[in-house]
Design a binder for this molecule. Structure first.
Ligand code: SF4
Length: 452
C-alpha cells in the first residue's frame, strides 16, 4: 500500500548503527513509504544518533537541531530521534528539543512504522531506573532491510551488545548483553545479499571474536567466516572489531587458507602500558599483544594490522604514553586510529582519579598520529611497483579526475584507498568491478596507481 509521506533517514555513528537505519528504512519501504535523501523534501525525518563519546553526542545534537529547523523552513511535519543517544538521554532530549515528536530506542526499531503512522509519540516502555527494559532486539535474515551502502558491499551484523566491562565504555549499558544471531540466519542473509550482487561482506558487532559463545559454538567466528567464504559470488569476507585475547589459531587458519577472506585484522588494543590497561579493565598486556601479532604475521604474512588507541585515560602518565609510542614504533601497524579519552558519566572510568588535562591528551594524540604517519608512509612507499587487486568504487571523493577503490587490506570508510589516475583507453571497468592496479605513487594513507 503506497503511503504519501516521504521519509528521510540520517544515520550517524558506526556501521552497527547504519544497519539499524537500514532495518528501519526496510520496514518503512515495506509499508509503502517513500524514502528520500533530500531532507528538504521529507515529511518525516529520522535521525539515528550515536551517543558513545562527547564528539559523537555533539554531532548528534547538532544534527537534530539542524533538522528541527526544517519544521519552520521546510515541509517537515515529524522529527523522530533514534539510536544510542535516546538510550542515554531520552527524557532530556524531549524536554530540551520540543520539536522532537518521538524517540525510539535501539531495541524498538520495529516500532518505526507505527510511530510514523501515528504521527505521535508512542510511550517507550520504562527502563532500569524504576522502569522495565524492552525486549532486546536483533534483526535476522527475514527482517526487511534497505541497504545504504554501495550495491557491491554490505555490513552484516552478526551479534549485538557486549559483556566486556571496559572502564571507558558505556556500550553495554546502551546495547545490552552480548547475543549472537544463529549461523543459519547469517548464512541465509549472506546468500540473499550475494544474489543481489553483493561481493564484499563486512561482519560487524561490538566484539566479533566472541561470536557464538552464547550459543555454545566452538570457534564460532572461524566456522562462520569459512561458511561465508564458500558462498558463491562472495569475493571478499572481512570482519571488524576483534577483542585481542580472542583470536584463535583456527581463525588464523581460515584467514590464511581462503583467498576470499581478507588478509586484514582489526583489533582495538586501546593502550600498551600494563598499568593503564589494568585501569581500563582491558584483557591482555603488551607482551601478550606482541605474541598475538607475531602469531598473526606467521600465519598470515601479508595481513594488514589495524588497531585503535585511547590517549589521556585517567592515570596515564608520561611514562605510560612513552611506552605506548615505543610499542607503536616496535609493532609497525598498517592502520592506527587514535582517540582522546572522553569522560562519560555512567562509565566506570568516570569515577577514576588522575584525570588527564584535555590539552595534554590532544598533544599525545597528535604525537602518536605523527609517529604512525611516518610508519604508514614508509609502508606505502614499499608498495610502489606492486600490482594489486582493487575493488573499484567509482569517482574519487577528492576530485572527478581520479577514480578510487580499495585493496583487500583497506576496509570501507575507515582506511585509506587506492586513487587511480590512469587506465588503458579501452578500459570499461565499472564501480563494483575488481581490477588490477600497478601502484605508482605513495601518500601517507592513500596509494596512487594505474589500471593495467
Ligand atoms: S569490548 Fe569494551 S570497548 Fe568494545 S563495546 Fe565492549 S565494553 Fe565497549
Amino acid at each position: 500500500m503506497k503511503q504519501t509521506k516521504k521519509v528521510g533517514m540520517i544515520s550517524l555513528g558506526c556501521p552497527k548503527n547504519l544497519v539499524d537505519s537500514e532495518v528501519m528504512m526496510g520496514l518503512l519501504a515495506k509499508q509503502g513509504y517513500q524514502l528520500t535523501n533530500d531532507q528538504q523534501a521529507a515529511d518525516v525525518l529520522v535521525v539515528n544518533t550515536c551517543g558513545f563519546i562527547d564528539a559523537a553526542r555533539q554531532e548528534s545534537v547538532d544534527t537534530i537541531l539542524e533538522m528541527a529547523q526544517l519544521k519552520q523552513t521546510g515541509k517537515l511535519q515529524q522529527l523522530i530521534v533514534a539510536g544510542c543517544l535516546v538510550e542515554r538521554y531520552q527524557d532530556d532530549l524531549q524536554k530540551e528539543i520540543p520539536e522532537i515528536d518521538a524517540c525510539i530506542g535501539v531495541n524498538q526499531l520495529t516500532d518505526i512504522t507505527a510511530i510514523v503512522k501515528a504521527k505521535g509519540a508512542k510511550p517507550l516502555p520504562i527502563y532500569s531506573d524504576g522502569r522495565s527494559a524492552p525486549e532486546l532486539f536483533l534483526y535476522d535474515e527475514t527482517t526487511p532491510r534497505l541497504r545504504a551502502t554501495a550495491p557491491y558491499t554490505a555490513y552484516v551484523k552478526i551479534a549485538e551488545g557486549c559483556d566486556h566491562t571496559c572502564a571507558f565504555c558505556i556500550i553495554p549499558k546502551l546495547r545490552g548483553v552480548f547475543r549472537s544471531r544463529s549461523p543459519e540466519s547469517i548464512l541465509r542473509e549472506v546468500e540473499i545479499l550475494a544474489a543481489q550482487g553483493v561481493q564484499e561482506i563486512v561482519l560487524i558487532s561490538q566484539d566479533t571474536t566472541t561470536y557464538g559463545s552464547d550459543l555454545a559454538l566452538q570457534n564460532g567466528l572461524a566456522r562462520l567466516v569459512e561458511a561465508i567464504a564458500n558462498v558463491a559470488g562472495i569475493e571478499w569476507v572481512r570482519f571488524l572489531y576483534c577483542y585481542p585475547t580472542a583470536i584463535t589459531n583456527e581463525l588464523l587458519r581460515v584467514v590464511a587458507e581462503h583467498p576470499n577472506v581478507c588478509k586484514y585484522f582489526d583489533i582495538p588494543l586501546q593502550h600498551a602500558s600494563a598499568r593503564v590497561l589494568k585501569r581500563m579493565r582491558r584483557g591482555g598486556n603488551r607482551q601478550s599483544y606482541e605474541r598475538l601479532f607475531a602469531r598473526i604475521r606467521e600465519a598470515v604474512p601479508n595481513a594488514a594490522l589495524r588497531t585503535t588507541f585511547i590517549v589521556g585515560f585517567p592515570g596515564e602518565r608520561d611514562e605510560d604514553f612513552a611506552e605506548l609510542v615505543a610499542f607503536v614504533k616496535a609493532m609497525q601497524f598498517d592502520r592506527v586510529g587514535v582517540f582522546t579519552y572522553s569522560d562519560e558519566e555512567n562509565s566506570p572510568a568516570f569515577a577514576l582519579d588522575e584525570k588527564v588535562d584535555a590539552k595534554v591528551a590532544k598533544r599525545r594524540e597528535r604525537q602518536l598520529m605523527k609517529e604512525q604517519a611516518k610508519i604508514s608512509r614508509r609502508k606505502n612507499r614499499k608498495m610502489i611497483g606492486k600490482r594489486v587487486q582493487v575493488l573499484l568504487e567509482g569517482k574519487s571523493k577528492e576530485t572527478d579526475l581520479l577514480l578510487e577503490g580499495r585493496m583487500q587490506t583497506q576496509a570501507p570508510e575507515i582506511d585509506g584507498c587506492v586513487l587511480i589516475n590512469d587506465m588503458p583507453a579501452d578500459c570499461a571497468a565499472q564501480s563494483g568491478d575488481f581490477v588490477t592496479v600497478e601502484i605508482t605513487e605513495a601518500q601517507e594513507y592513500d596509494l596512487i596507481g594505474r589500471i593495467i
